[in-house]
Design a protein around this ligand. Sequence first.
Ligand code: F6P
Length: 365
Amino acid sequence: MGAVRRIGVLTGGGDCPGLNAVIRAVVKTATTYYEWEVIGIEDGFEGLIKEGKTHPLTNETVRGILPRGGTILGSTNRGNPFAYRERKEGEVTVTDLSRQVIDRCERLRLDALLVIGGDGSLGIANDFFKLGVPVVGIPKTIDNDLSATDVTFGFDTALNTATEAIDKLHTTAESHHRVMVLEVMGRHAGWIALEAGLAGGGDIILIPELPFQVDRVVEQIRRRDASGRSFSIVVVAEGAAPAGVGLFTIEPRDPLARARLGGIGDWLADQVGQRTEHEVRSLVLGHLQRGGSPTPRDRILGTRFGVEAVRLASREQFGHMVALRGTEIVAVTLDEAVGVLKTVPPESALVHNARCLGVSFGDES
Ligand code: F6P
């Protein structure tokens, strides 16, 4: 018997389809195969800061969750224990509560802590690992922006949702000879926009990695008009920006919340409307991309990650994260995992392929 008997699992950051598949795989593997106990920690690291936010997970508690979106454990993209922001008597205070979290892990007698998160939560997990917490990471995010893994679960489902939206916009755009602008998520990476744009046959795809010019966007719409295609579909990533202009962000009213990306779609629709004769409509796809039942691909990837993360814990290979490389699940260090964001290489084959099809990225090429 190894040293591990009891593990904790939490989901941190923005949710995504497939989280429940991971939780289910972790619980089934840990309890049935290894005969360990599993403690579910609610709302990310908050569950290790506040009392009463942990509960045992058994095969019974994870029954039926495989096809469900979201996370049965709850999540938050606030509450970094190393810089915990609270509002006290109208003032925002920032406190380091990391010691509290470490003590809590000890009181819970956790031999391993499995953190399912994106770069933010995995960065926090890595900091705890360096303070002695036996952490194993599992990568998630619809943005697919973690460089240490070929793909994250959640991305495929988001891609399906965005592609379906483009398909639906196509028919109405064509009927009304309109330009439709669809703003999709992805933070500073253009993966969702690029791949959904390709899968949905978008005419103009705007991504953060390739600053665009409105003039080039308008040129493409005119080109299409001249060739008898009287409508156009523009897919714009929330992190895309016109050359020389900063990111479009939405400032939160809540001082504890961080600024979000957003607004480029409406802005661009207005610009195109002013410079062409077309009626233009914009749509922000928003959190629809984070919801819904995970695709089979995301269920399988989430399941494989969950099983392999438990196996890493059994080997006490802490400070590592499971990752997909080719067809294999491998272990990479958390240092490597949180080092660099994976963005779309501007010279990548996928971008080149899209250009060959006549897609415009709104740039000079
Ligand atoms: O990282 C996932 C993500 O959905 C991003 O694509 C998006 O920018 C962000 O989270 C939205 O965050 P929130 O849920 O706080 O609005």
